[in-house]
Every structure is written in structure tokens, then in C-alpha cells.
Design a protein around this ligand. Structure first.
Ligand SMILES: Cc1cc2nc3c(=O)[nH]c(=O)nc-3n(C[C@H](O)[C@H](O)[C@H](O)COP(=O)(O)OP(=O)(O)OC[C@H]3O[C@@H](n4cnc5c(N)ncnc54)[C@H](O)[C@@H]3O)c2cc1C
Length: 375
């Protein structure tokens, strides 16, 4: 089979590369630091189709639910192929409210989730604390969502790189500067001037996509960066590494959303801001302060943890928040990007779609409208 060059070594590019390789394609991933950069490295790793629902996003809700449905099989296959566990945790999520107006918002969300037939249960403050004893006694209760899970995103990326290597995927550690069209023999031009002749090309470069030259005629949507600050807290070296949290906790704190995602080593990921600041990735004191204040309002015991890392990532977003998966207007050039807040959740779904696409098959009806260019 003709080779596929995947541009981008993030969760989307690597998931697609591994799936393509398992399906008999010769695959090369071209990215500066595969599995170690991009938004997926920074992310929290939530697989949260139920808590992420928003009014007016029914197409995205359907995608998220289908993404979540594919996760167990994808996770089992990846763990077997890579030999690396990556903290796939199905303990569920509790979403709590700090004050009465937060409770009203959480109840509205619950009513909307129920109207969509999603599984979520109203819980009193005492019931929430039975689920997560570290929760603040000041909370007004919340909802329990058993179907919202999480993974350790960094371990997930490492497993994807290992599985790719194990199945014969090649890596070229370089940035792509341009795509050369069909007329000159389809190729990737690297930032260091090298030229790689390519069979098919899959563009999965996240927020790096707009900087790649040669794509003006591709019919791609605008992909803009949406900045997120996120923190990593760990047990102090003298404390036991036992986890403070048996499950993911999401919260509304005087109208601000915050989440706390546990890791197997006892650390906790706290996120995240959602900011329109272009390609700026600086870490700002005010954002770190706000995240910590909101997180400790719902789990006061966070004060005892060590601040390991404050970082930012850039979510690749399209104008309608939907990803774009499909052939571009350039022959032999496909795209998978724009996964915004859900790239990890949607990775298995995207990988399956890309295998269909490159294999010459139609996409399932749920994904047909995601093509950047109508078929
Ligand atoms: C703070 C934060 C929290 C998040 N939490 C979650 C979560 O809990 N659950 C969830 O599902 N999603 C979450 N996300 C979103 C998720 O991280 C993204 O949707 C996902 O990472 C997108 O994957 P991607 O592979 O398209 O892009 P990225 O992960 O950004 O990877 C892009 C890749 O392309 C490469 N690249 C860029 N330009 C070039 C070029 N010119 N040539 C070659 N390679 C290039 C990069 O180096 C990188 O390897 C979060 C994001 C952030 C920022």
C-alpha cells in the first residue's frame, strides 16, 4: 500500500498513525517532538461526554458520546500493543456546586443531560462527600456522572509512541514548513529544507496547521488557538502518595468552572482556563492564582500538595467547535484537526475515521459533515 505521511505527533496524529499502521499502511510521522508537545501533553485527560454537553452543540455531543463508546476497546488494544498502562480510569466523575446559584446552574445542566437521555444522578452534599471524602463541607451538593472517565494523557502519549514504533511507524523529527502539491509530485518540505516525497498526507498539526505553507487552496477552516492554563500538584515527599481523590471532581465556584483529575501516583491535575490570546503560551500569575483558589474552595486538602508545574496549552478550535476530518481540496491530502477541548476523548473515533478515509471508504454518517470540503 502507498505510504501515508502524518504531519503532527500529538494525540490525534499518533492515534491515526497507529491505527493506519495496524491496518497495513506504511506510515511516517513528521513532527518536531512526537508525543512530547502539543496541547495533548498539557491536557487533563478527561473523557467527559456527559459533563461537556453544552446547549446548541448537539452534533458535538453525538461525536463525544461515540468517542467515549470506542474508548474501552481502543484502550485495551493500545495497552496490549504498547505494554504500557496509561491510567485509564472508569471511576466516574462528581460535579459539585459551591453556592446556591452554582447549584441552580448544576441542576439546569442535569435537566439538560436528562433531556438527552444521559446518565447523571443528583447528589446531596453528604452523598458527594461519601463519594469523595476530601470535598469541602461548604458545598451545596452536585451530580454524579458514572460515564465520564479519564486517562493520564502523558502516559497515553507515551503508549501511542511505543505502539507506533512497535507496529513499524517511522518518525522524522522535524517541523513541516510546506506541502507541495500534486503537480510537482506530492511532498512535504521540512523547516530545515529537506523534501520528503509523500503518498497520502494527513494534516494533524493542531494549532500549527495555519503556519504550514501551500495549503491556501485546501479549503481548510480557520483553526485558532484557545489557551488553557493548567496545574499539576503532587504529594509532598514526606506524605503518603495515597490519592486525595478517588475520582475526577468538577466544580462550579461562584460561576467559575474548575476540575481536579487524579493520577495513579497521587498527583492531581487542576484546570483549566479558556482564553483567546493567540499563540501566547506564557504562564500568568493571575490565572494560576484563580485556579488554585477555585480548586481549594472545593477540596481544601489541596493546600498540602506540592505545586509541581504550571503550564499552558493551545487547543485547536474551529469557528463551530467541531473537528474537521476528511479529504481537503488538494488531491491526496487529508486533515484531522480542530478537536478543541476533546482531542483525547475523540482520538479513537478520529483514528477509525482516518483509516476509513485513507482506505478509500466513506465516513460513517455521523462524521460526513466534518469533511472540510463536501465529497
Ligand atoms: C489545558 C488543556 C486541557 C485539556 N483537557 C482535555 C481533556 O481533559 N480531554 C480532552 O479530550 N482534551 C483536552 N484538551 C484538548 C486536547 O488536548 C486537544 O484537543 C488535543 O491535544 C488536540 O490534538 P492534536 O493532536 O490535534 O493537537 P496537539 O495535541 O496540539 O498536537 C499537535 C502536534 O502537531 C505538531 N505540529 C505543529 N506544527 C507542526 C508542523 N509545522 N510540522 C510538524 N508537526 C507540527 C506539534 O508539534 C504536535 O506534535 C485540553 C487542552 C488543553 C490546552
Amino acid at each position: 500500500m502507498a505510504g501515508v505521511h502524518v504531519v503532527g505527533g500529538g494525540v490525534v496524529g499518533l492515534s491515526c498513525a497507529w491505527a493506519l499502521s495496524r491496518n497495513g499502511h506504511e506510515v511516517t510521522v513528521v513532527a518536531p517532538d512526537p508525543g512530547r508537545d502539543g496541547a495533548g501533553w498539557v491536557a487533563a485527560g478527561m473523557l467527559a461526554p456527559v459533563n461537556e454537553v453544552q446547549y446548541g452543540e448537539s452534533a458535538l455531543t453525538a461525536l463525544r458520546l461515540e468517542g467515549a463508546r470506542l474508548w474501552p476497546e481502543f484502550a485495551a488494544a493500545l495497552e496490549a500493543a504498547s505494554g504500557r498502562p496509561f491510567g485509564y480510569d472508569t471511576a466516574g466523575t462528581v460535579t459539585v456546586a459551591l453556592d446556591a446559584s452554582d447549584r441552580a446552574v448544576v441542576d439546569d445542566l442535569l435537566a439538560y443531560q436528562h433531556s438527552l437521555g444521559l446518565q447523571a444522578e443528583r447528589r446531596s452534599a453528604a452523598e458527594c462527600r461519601r463519594l469523595v471524602p476530601a470535598l469541602s463541607p461548604a458545598l451545596r451538593g452536585g451530580i454524579e456522572v458514572p460515564g465520564d472517565h479519564h486517562v493520564d494523557n502523558r502516559a497515553f502519549l507515551a503508549a501511542l509512541v511505543a505502539a507506533c514504533r512497535g507496529s513499524g511507524v517511522s518518525f522524522v523529527e522535524a517541523a513541516v514548513a510546506a506541502v507541495e502539491p500534486e503537480a510537482t509530485g506530492r511532498a512535504l518540505v521540512l523547516a530545515d529544507g529537506r523534501r520528503l516525497a509523500a503518498g497520502s498526507i494527513l494534516l494533524a498539526a493542531g494549532t500549527g496547521l495555519p503556519a504550514i505553507a501551500g495549503l491556501d487552496e485546501a479549503g481548510l477552516p480557520e483553526v485558532r488557538p484557545v489557551k488553557g492554563h493548567i496545574l499539576r500538584l503532587g504529594p509532598s515527599p514526606t506524605a503518603s502518595p495515597a490519592s486525595l481523590l478517588p475520582m475526577t471532581v468538577r466544580g462550579l465556584v461562584h460561576g467559575h468552572g474548575v476540575y481536579l483529575v487524579p493520577r495513579p501516583d497521587g498527583s492531581v491535575v487542576v484546570g483549566a482556563t479558556v482564553e483567546e490570546r493567540g499563540m501566547d503560551t506564557t504562564v500568568q500569575a493571575g490565572a494560576v492564582h484563580e485556579l488554585l483558589c477555585d480548586a481549594r474552595a472545593i477540596v481544601p486538602g489541596l493546600d498540602e500538595l506540592v505545586l509541581l508545574e504550571a503550564s499552558t496549552g493551545l487547543r485547536p478550535a474551529t469557528p463551530d467547535n467541531l473537528p474537521r476530518i476528511g479529504w481537503t481540496a488538494l488531491p491526496g491530502v487529508a486533515v484531522a484537526t480542530g478537536h478543541f477541548r476533546n482531542g483525547i476523548l475523540l482520538a479513537p473515533l478520529t483514528a477509525a475515521a482516518v483509516v476509513d478515509l485513507i482506505g478509500g471508504h466513506d465516513l460513517p454518517p455521523l462524521l460526513e459533515s466534518l469533511a472540510p470540503v463536501p465529497a
